[in-house]
Write a protein that binds this ligand. Structure first.
Ligand SMILES: [Zn+2]
Length: 349
């Protein structure tokens, strides 16, 4: 199912995400030769409705149209079929950012082939470009905490989120081969997110080596995910206090994401005092609702201060996935990151 090219396909630099299917038969890996043979790997459109990566790659390649690339580039354009319909994925497809380890069909084999090929090419670094469904500042997700990985991610943003799950994410798998990062560039297509991505990609493309020093901790906002906030499926919910639905969340992603939410903040109204409307699940799978929330009659109040992130108001995403995450700041390196990665290997050999 994978097409491999050694040139920029005709029309690629000007096609919109919804038009890509007219010029690409499906997922496409495009190897472009540069002065330094160890390629930078960039993946875009693993989620078909997240267009910033495509726009950034188009802009980057246009900038270099009349020049030799300073370093080879391997660009993977992922879910062309879902991009046509502006969907994250189509119903018959797996999530293209959950196929990078394990088995499960053609997409898994394709991802495995790409990893093998990039290992042979001695990939320099891997960057996976995504968007969120609601406003967030630009931030990077890092699967590893070794100094070059942190240094790489910091070139994009000083807000980093260390993650263990999903282990079948692109950057998690590429982290075995090279420093790898997922960059999250606000909502799809925003000019600022595209410009920041292009600046970042161009910087990495021109680097001889990745720094071995992670940079000063004082200016780094490094987080780990303390919990996932899920809405209990049986509760009707929404965001409009005037509406008659049962639970109304008082959150505003543009205001609240990556900001400290103080203890005592009103998080939701209209709750059933006997049944928490949220499940607050820690990385081990335990519900730790009481650590972060309390119910006062029908009001849901924060029981401790915390930093929420990736809060969304998209009802479908909330139902299928979650309302958002609770982050915990990591203040000192090294944190037992290596141990954590080893645990992941032990769990998912
Ligand atoms: Zn995504």
């Amino acid at each position: 199912m994978l097409t491999i090219t050694h040139h920029i396909p005709d029309g690629l630099l000007t096609a919109s995400a919804t038009q890509l299917h007219q010029i690409l038969p499906g997922p496409t890996l495009c190897h472009l030769t540069g002065k330094n043979p160890h390629p930078l790997f960039i993946s875009v459109l693993l989620h078909g409705d997240e267009t910033t990566g495509l726009l950034a790659v188009q802009q980057l390649l246009t900038q270099y149209a009349r020049y030799t690339l300073p370093r080879s580039l391997s660009i993977f354009i992922g879910n062309v079929e879902a991009a046509r319909w502006q969907r994250r994925r189509l119903d018959h497809q797996p999530d293209y950012n959950r196929i990078w380890c394990g088995t499960g069909g053609d997409e898994f084999s394709m991802a495995n082939d790409i990893l093998r090929e990039m290992a042979q090419r001695q990939v320099f670094a891997a960057i996976d470009i995504h968007n969120n469904s609601a406003a967030n500042p630009d931030y990077a997700m890092v699967p590893r905490l070794d100094p070059p990985s942190i240094a790489l991610a910091r070139m994009f943003s000083n807000k980093l989120v260390f993650f263990l799950q999903p282990h079948a994410a692109q950057s998690s798998a590429f982290g075995e081969l090279c420093p790898a990062v997922t960059i999250e560039c606000g909502t799809p297509g925003q000019r600022e997110g595209v410009e920041n991505s292009v600046r970042f990609l161009d910087w990495i493309l021109n680097l001889k080596d990745l720094p071995q020093d992670p940079g000063p901790m004082e200016t780094l906002n490094l987080y780990r995910i303390a919990a996932t906030i899920k809405v209990s499926p049986s509760h009707p919910f929404g965001f409009d206090p005037q509406a008659a639905q049962t639970v109304c969340f008082m959150v505003d992603p543009a205001r609240d994401n990556f900001q400290m939410m103080p203890q005592g903040t009103l998080f939701a109204v209209g709750c059933d005092p006997k049944h928490p409307c949220l499940e607050v699940i820690d990385p081990e799978g335990y519900d730790i609702f009481d650590r972060f929330f309390s119910l006062e009659d029908s009001k849901l109040i924060t029981a401790s201060s915390f930093v929420p992130a990736m809060l969304t108001m998209n009802l479908q995403i909330i139902r299928q996935d979650c309302l958002g995450y609770i982050l915990e700041q990591v203040r000192n390196l090294p944190i037992p990151g290596t141990g954590i990665v080893d645990q992941r290997k032990a769990i998912h050999p």
